[in-house]
Design a protein around this ligand. Sequence first.
Ligand SMILES: Cc1cc2nc3c(=O)[nH]c(=O)nc-3n(C[C@H](O)[C@H](O)[C@H](O)COP(=O)(O)O)c2cc1C
Ligand code: SF4
Ligand code: SF4
Length: 436
Amino acid sequence: MPDITNTFCGIKSPNPFWLASAPPTDKKYNVVRAFEAGWGGVVWKTLGEDGPPIVNVNGPRYGAIYGADRRLLGLNNIELITDRDLHLNLREIKEVKRDWPDRAMIVSIMVPCEEEAWEAILPLVEETEADGIELNFGCPHGMSERGMGSAVGQVPEYIEMVTRWCKAHTRMPVIVKLTPNITDIRYPARAAKVGGADAVSLINTVSSITSVDLDTFSPEPSIDGKGSHGGFCGPAVKPIALNMVAEIARDAETAGLPISGIGGITTWRDAAEFMALGAGNVQVCTAAMTYGFKIVQEMIAGLEGWMAAKGHASLDDIVGRATPNVTDWQYLNLNYVTKARIDQDACIKCGRCHIACEDTSHQAITNMVDGKRHFEVIDAECVGCNLCVNVCPVEGCIEMVQLPAGDVDERTGKTVQDDYANWTEHPNNPSVVAAE
Ligand SMILES: Cc1cc2nc3c(=O)[nH]c(=O)nc-3n(C[C@H](O)[C@H](O)[C@H](O)COP(=O)(O)O)c2cc1C
Ligand code: SF4
Ligand code: SF4
């Protein structure tokens, strides 16, 4: 059996699956049940300053988008950080860590952007014997208007400054949680590293409005006829998160900085993809909120099964394996030529590939041949774009097949070459022409 134990910036856990800071981790009752179900670690729901508890809305705080089968694809929330008493949380964190010493216990913190505020809370957290802290620089709503959360995460100089304060006032590892609500994720990651962060985690939620009620014209979730932007997460944000993880993993300035991958992870496969792109472990929120804590058992079994089948002995064998394969567009091989192929036995003749290709691509799929409904690719028109594969409702029915070197591409009339050639050396590239 492969070894899936995880060490993330010195913090050990029996598997790489942590629950992200959110409602699943906001009290002892939840966290104990999560650990019983098998989660390797948790990031406790974000703690704020000592004082009057945070006030949440008393109406709906979630909105969602669904697939056609009503499977939840994206979740929006307008919840704030913990609304429980700081000392009650700290007491519970200490109790859970004592009872579950082999699990990772990280405490998420968000206090005002003043050194005294961080200096005051860090010893209290350290006293719980938690394994590390996560700085919540990501929350896009409610707290950001008070100068915290993403209001800090959107300014690299603030990230660097607060990270430095934390490193100065605690010996616990510091994980900086990044907001995706920024143009280039590399800048906040670099700032975290310069400030001394032991790791970054990402993504927090994406600023969003889920929907509008067309009877009342209120954005949803609606609180007495009004809505506010919230934070979007769940499967729909996974592609955004994967790209941001990869951007940090392959940036020379942040090379080697541990990354905890977060955003839409629902299956072991999602987790393996994040790790392949450079995440040392993963965090999960929406999947646990949708399907319950026991979903981790499928994640563990699936990851172990895949690793065993592929001969990966430990997580070190997969972390970062895909990072070198992420490149910039200009380095993609222009001699890689593909054509779509339709499996006539699998085809149900729905016509979606034809319409997609006919109306919006390259008029490369028939719909009638000899007076019969028949869907077949016309190689002389097919540019290999893959749209038909994406719209076909039958999995595996359309495949993209690479033309071997020596074949003639009927569309261009050119013989397929077996060498690698990219845009940087293409004769149509103005900079190549200029250099000649
Ligand atoms: C209801 C809700 C509350 C959240 N509260 C926090 C929070 O207090 N602190 C924090 O760092 N992230 C918070 N998050 C963000 C999650 O930790 C996570 O970054 C985000 O949901 C993306 O992961 P997912 O797609 O697996 O849900 C919250 C998310 C949800 C859905
Ligand atoms: S790959 Fe693109 S161009 Fe080719 S048949 Fe499919 S949709 Fe049309
Ligand atoms: S979309 Fe798929 S199933 Fe439908 S006609 Fe095209 S190949 Fe056949």
